[in-house]
Design a protein around this ligand. Sequence first.
Ligand code: NOJ
Length: 526
Amino acid sequence: MTTNWYKEAVFYELYIRAYKDSSGDGRGDFRGAIEKLDHIKSLGVDCVWVMPHYPSPLLDDGYDISDYLGIHPDFGALDDFKAFLNAAHERGLRVITDLVLNHTSDRHPWFQAARRDKNSPHRDYYVWSDTGTEYADARIIFLDTEPSNWTYDETAGQYFWHRFYRSQPDLNYDNPQVHEEMFRIMRFWLDMGIDGFRADAVPYLYQREGTNCENLPETHQFLQKVRRIMDEEYPDRVLIAEANQWPEDLLPYFGTPEAPDFHVCFHFPIMPRLFMALKKGDKTPIVDILNRTPAIPPGTQWMTFLRNHDELTLEMVTPEEREWMWRQYAPDPRMRLNLGIRRRLAPLLDNDKRKWFLLNALFLSLPGAPILYYGDEIGMSDNIWLPDRHGCRTPMQWDAGQHAGFSDALDTYLPVNRDYEQVNVAAQEADPDSYLNLTRFLIRARQSQPALRAGLLEWVKSGSRELLAFRRHTNGKDGVLCLFNLSDRPQTFTLKRERVDLLARPQMAMGGTITLPPYACHWFRN
Ligand code: NOJ
């Protein structure tokens, strides 16, 4: 039986290395994460996305996999993973993992065999060239570090293709053997009982001369095969696409009812516009992008997010908007990385709880399944002085003790943020106005309303650019009117009748002309 559970679920992105160290080596592990599942459950989350947990040299924090069927020794062994999965399931939490289809680590035995021997059956698992001049129209994604998508390999005597770091050679999807390998890997984890995958970097699977090598028809054909396996052999699991693309290019990632691709796609373009609208005090960027977002097939869903483990990506904005976002949100050049901003949610919002509450309430009331990034539920800070994206991947702050209660080791894999004595889970438990309790409150309020979980969105006239107003409803009747004052000036709005505000604590009825102070918001129930 399929339930489409993912359409109304709240997700949580979990970085095992950062969460809780049970072995005393300064790195988080699955046994540690089990101890903290009750925290995740207490937020009102339904499903946990575990970032790559496979053996890896960690040159891209695990997105460079050297063995798809194992567990990174830092995190434990396969039995520890199974124990984590069981413990999550016992609590009614689902678990999805990362499926990295596009590339392996260069330490993967396939690549090692491929580079050493032209006649190895694995040579054709990767994409080679004698000149490194092909596919010149494909952009470089890791702009700050990689000068080209081709790197010459001395051992192989040829160039190999890679869309990310040179330590991540792309697999060759023109080779059907690669498909079979990936199907075997999927079945291995699905047979173990995981609830689905977040599929990494799906637009780039194929290369074709004269194209930008993104979103090619061949890519969709392969992804439809992946989906068919899920539907036929593993019903009720979910397949989520990470495709950082414009709304119209995202639509094909849902496929069609006859030939589906993904159940869920991240909505990348809306994310920077939420930050843009808040900084400008102008709802236009949000309204425009949602108006530009096409309707999606039945049984599918968007995934909305504010932050994740990567830089806040500015790929889906114009160059002028990007410059503006950098000026506003990344005044220090250290805050910039590739085409984005390596900062966490609370510091991006000046640690202003009004803005933090507004942005969370906004993203939790948009159509889509929301996903939270670990640590943002306590307003964790970042460390821009760490390399790459590590500044947003520091240890979770549990209490005011040594290493914020994350580990008993002398040293941790990354330094704990300096603010941990004030910003930690234990300190926030007792305070009803803490980030932690507000997160719980908001998720509970959202999940209590069918209209917010699954309803349509309809714009409501507010009379000003500063005031964003929309209605979510499932059948025209049971609606929620959502109001957000994006600006630092009071706004007024007239309610035609008295209504209960779900965001007031305690819930409270209001009517007539109301004034919204700067950054205030309401969810009015019918
Ligand atoms: C997207 C992931 O989110 C990112 O962390 C990673 O570096 C690239 N894909 C390459 O796998």
